[in-house]
Design a binder for this molecule. Structure first.
Ligand code: NDP
Ligand code: GDR
Length: 327
């Protein structure tokens, strides 16, 4: 046992589940904040999928409710706090811009305020995003690239990002931003494009669907695996000094190419099943993302290990297994 205690917001999400798994392996006592929903009982499906549901302590709370965050911090007395909770789906941020601003932007400040007043020596991680780069300013994005967010989500993340820097500089908090590029896994939400594709391909393969409807397949993303990326979160908080780091693979791929990997894996052709649906295009698009993770590699030796091909094949196989089990 490391004897350390970690508190994770967003523990029921993709990254929260993988991070909890990593911290448990390292001997941490892991607690997470979960919000009440009418679907109580299914909220921890990712933790169950990773086989760790019984190993973490869950506390009721909400990023919008400062008192619940304060109570959680007082109860857990964490050494490390990871703020992963957010309204994280870019498309939904145009439909719910105010909620996105409140949760993804101001929610982080609710938590920072609690850290400042109740647990100022704890180390704090903020889940910043490559969406903050938005409209391309430089071909390869690093910590020095100017921001130009293109969605209410990106704008909200940028606010939380700068507030994290401000609390570090104003109050001396050990607070770091991880500027993470897209990362996926078999427990990625099905609304995001990789999982939509792997789930869709698995359904077509099993005869449960005929087509896959997508929007802009020319968009390019720098995709990595969540398992690699949560390792970077933890490494950031082990550094003596807090700082901000880009976490990416350094390779960019179109949505179409990513799709082709998935179809090829099950012996199908993209041309027989892909339908472009203009309704799925976004009001403003981030056309291309490509990150330079050199700073993180130099500071603490982080490197992405899992390739896009390996990850997409793992996701398709997991979706095939899930669907076969459900049949
Ligand atoms: P998910 O959408 O899978 O998880 C989001 C989590 O936030 C869920 O646990 C959700 O709870 C929780 N949540 C949402 N609203 C609230 C609220 N008001 N109070 C408390 N909890 C709330 O996201 P990921 O795991 O993929 O991402 C983790 C973080 O990293 C997010 O902040 C995301 O914006 C950011 N990020 C993600 C990247 C990626 O590619 N995955 C890249 C860069 C940044 P519930 O289960 O109840 O819905
Ligand atoms: P993104 O991820 O917006 O980059 O945000 P998403 O997978 O939703 O979109 C990636 C790209 O694919 C295009 N696309 C589609 N996207 C979805 N979701 N559904 C479709 O049918 C579809 N067709 C084409 C999109 O237009 C886009 O260009 C993710 C989230 O995890 C954020 O929380 C995180 O901050 C960023 O990654 C980095």
């Amino acid at each position: 046992m490391s004897g350390k205690r970690a508190l994770i917001t967003g523990i029921t999400g993709q990254d929260g589940a993988y991070l909890a798994q990593l911290l448990l392996e390292k001997g941490y006592a892991v607690s997470g904040i979960v919000r009440r929903s009418s679907h109580a009982g299914v909220y921890d499906h990712r933790l169950k999928w990773l086989g760790i549901a019984k190993d973490v302590s869950l506390l009721d709370g909400n990023l919008l409710d400062l008192s619940s965050l304060a109570r959680s911090i007082q109860e857990v007395q964490p050494d490390e706090i990871y703020n992963l909770a957010a309204q994280s789906f870019v498309t939904a941020s145009w439909q719910q811009p105010l909620l996105t601003g409140q949760v993804t932007g101001l929610g982080a400040v609710n938590l920072l305020e609690c850290v400042r007043t109740l647990r100022p020596d704890a180390r704090y991680y903020q889940a910043s995003s490559s969406e903050m780069f938005g409209l391309i300013q430089e071909q390869v994005q690093s910590e020095a690239t100017p921001f130009y967010p293109r969605s209410p989500y990106g704008v909200a993340k940028l606010y939380a990002h700068w507030m994290t820097i401000n609390y570090r500089e104003s109050f001396g908090l050990h607070a770091s931003n991880g500027i993470l590029f897209n990362h996926e896994s078999p427990v990625r939400g099905v609304e995001f494009v990789t999982r939509k594709v792997t789930d869709g391909v698995a359904r077509i393969k099993l005869g449960l669907a005929e087509e896959l409807r997508l929007g802009n397949i020319d968009a390019k993303r720098d995709w990595g695996h969540a398992k690699d990326y949560v390792r970077a979160m933890w490494m950031m908080l082990q550094q003596e000094k807090p700082d901000d780091y880009v976490i990416a693979t350094g390779r960019t791929t179109t949505v179409r190419e990513m799709c082709e990997i998935a179809f090829r894996h099950v012996g199908l052709s993209i041309d027989d099943h892909l339908v472009i649906d203009p309704k799925l295009f976004r009001p403003a698009e981030v056309d291309v993302l490509l990150g330079d993770p050199a700073k993180a590699e130099k500071a603490f030796g982080w490197k992405a290990e899992i390739t896009l091909e390996t990850m997409i094949r793992e996701m398709v196989d997991a979706d095939l297994a899930r669907l076969r089990k459900a049949a």
